[in-house]
Design a protein around this ligand. Structure first.
Ligand SMILES: Nc1nc2c(ncn2[C@@H]2O[C@H](COP(=O)(O)OP(=O)(O)OP(=O)(O)O)[C@@H](O)[C@H]2O)c(=O)[nH]1
Ligand SMILES: [Mg+2]
Length: 478
């Protein structure tokens, strides 16, 4: 049997991570009180200047005329004046929130002053003169994480919320802050932990006979469940990406078929230059529109064809590159011309990508003959025919109308998706080894890795969790 103890292994593995966190907690930086303007800078009725840290109260007290703030109760509001020596700077309301029931888990004072750049800046400067340090971007949230108020995924969600541009993006970020994502991840980790604890008990305490024996058969069953949960989470992440970043849609085709005209029609503005001269568009031109609450990042490209013009050649090169990067390709054809060899060459490049074919200029005589297996939408940009059909097709392809940011919880950034994928890979490696009849104590390492990757995702990977589980589940301590 394996002669390493699971407890020892975890002790080594995790102590590193914990060291880093403890070191950070103890740095001088965390002892300094930080201040920043928390509302958008500009004209507004009210601005909020926020101070957090052990000296937050005493610092604000030095510039506040009103009650002695060091003597007031937590979560109370006080009327008074911000003073620069004897000069009244502004009439304010000061909110006092004492640790630990605050966003950063430190003492926080928020000064509600009158909006306007000069007054707000003056107050911030006074705070700095009196001992506060200007906060770095995101530092309040960083403190909330380091002080254990929120986990990593939640901290990232706060940043998403601040940067969200649409309603769907906002509610997606809110879901994570509310910890719904964390709950899902915790459940999956809990299942992994049960498997690990069961294996550990089998290895370390074989004499303990009221613990069910972990056979390859029941290990496989448990792992298949974990695998499918992770797969669902990753599938949902793709939807999350669409909500957050929208879809990149490239318009490609030969010159003069009407790509730029289609871009303008979809954007409802004259963004790209349109002429009857072949090779008008030389560079990528982008614009954003919204369908079913999802952003479409439309990219107009230079017409793809053989050319001696060096600038055009560069444009064509970019067009070809964008084909591999975009989420969706709209291949534009001209109804009024016969299908050319170059059209077929473009089709060959896009056929394995997610694509739609738009046959433009339906207002003109039909000369094109579309190959049987090409599915297409017929329309024109002069009378705006076929555009609704095109949009509906996109909605259908990605089920955009069914995406509900409120109902679902999505991994919201590359780091998270990457960790979830690594976790899944480990579970799949474990399953492969079971298939090869490799002993369970050698497979266990994969499950531990998988559990740890998910832990990193929410910033929680502690040995204690596993140890607790061991004792709670199996009462070994008695
Ligand atoms: N009749 C008709 N003409 C159109 C239609 N769409 C575009 N055109 C005309 O076709 C010509 C080329 O349009 P563009 O949108 O510049 O074509 P493009 O594909 O961007 O061309 P390049 O930039 O050269 O690759 C212009 O004269 C447009 O007015 C349409 O639906 N019907
Ligand atoms: Mg063009």
């Amino acid at each position: 049997m394996a002669n390493f103890s699971l407890k020892n292994f975890f002790h080594l593995l995790i102590s590193n991570l914990r060291d880093i966190i403890t070191r950070e907690r103890k740095t001088k930086k965390m002892e300094e009180s930080i201040a920043a303007i928390s509302t958008a800078i500009g004209k507004g009725a009210i601005s909020i200047v926020r101070v957090s840290g052990v000296d937050a109260l005493s610092i604000v007290n030095k510039i506040f005329k009103g009650k002695d703030l060091t003597k007031v109760k937590s979560h109370t509001i006080h009327y008074g004046f911000i003073m620069d020596h004897n000069e009244e700077i502004d009439e304010v309301l000061v909110m006092v929130m004492l640790a630990p029931n605050t966003y950063t888990r430190e003492d926080i004072v928020e000064i509600n002053c009158h909006g306007g750049i000069s007054t707000t800046n003056k107050i911030l400067n006074l705070l700095i003169d009196n001992g506060a340090r200007l906060a770095e971007p995101g530092e309040f949230t960083k403190r909330a994480f380091l002080n254990g108020r929120i986990n990593l995924a939640e901290a990232e969600a706060v940043s998403d919320l601040i940067n969200s541009k649409s309603d769907k993006q906002r509610s997606l970020a809110m879901n994570s802050i509310n910890g719904r994502l964390t709950k899902i991840i915790k459940t999956i980790r809990e299942n992994m932990l049960n498997i690990l604890a069961n294996i550990a008990v089998n290895i370390d305490y074989p004499e303990y006979d009221d613990v069910p024996e972990m056979t390859q058969e029941n290990l496989k069953k448990s792992l298949l469940k974990v695998q499918s949960d992770l797969q669902v989470m990753l599938k949902n992440a793709e939807i999350g990406k669409i909500i957050k970043e929208g879809l990149d849609v490239a318009l490609v085709g030969r010159p003069n078929v009407g790509k730029s005209s289609l871009l303008n029609a979809l954007l409802n503005e004259d963004k790209a230059i349109v002429t009857n001269i072949s090779g008008t568009t030389r560079d990528l031109i982008e614009g954003t529109t919204n369908i079913a609450g999802i952003s479409l990042n439309l990219i107009d490209t230079a017409g793809i064809h053989q050319t001696d013009d060096i600038i055009e050649q560069m444009g064509v090169k970019k067009s070809k590159e964008i084909i591999s990067k975009a989420d969706l390709i709209i291949f534009v054809l001209n109804n009024n011309e016969e299908l050319e060899k170059e059209d077929e060459e473009i089709y060959d490049q896009i056929k394995t990508k997610t694509h739609l074919i738009f046959v433009n200029k339906s207002d003109l005589e039909q000369k094109i003959k579309i190959p049987k297996n090409w599915e297409y939408i017929l329309g024109n940009t002069t009378e705006l025919n076929g555009l609704e059909e095109l949009k509906n097709k996109i909605i259908q392809m990605y089920h955009l109308d069914q995406i509900d940011a409120k109902e679902n919880t999505y991994l919201s950034n590359i780091r998270q998706v990457h960790l979830a994928k690594e976790s899944l890979q480990n579970i799949q490696d474990a399953l492969n080894d079971i298939q090869k009849n490799i002993p369970i104590d050698m497979i266990e390492i994969y499950i531990r890795n998988a559990w740890e990757k998910l832990g990193l995702l929410i910033g929680e990977t502690y040995e204690d969790e596993l140890i607790d589980k061991l004792f709670k589940n199996f009462c070994l301590g008695k």
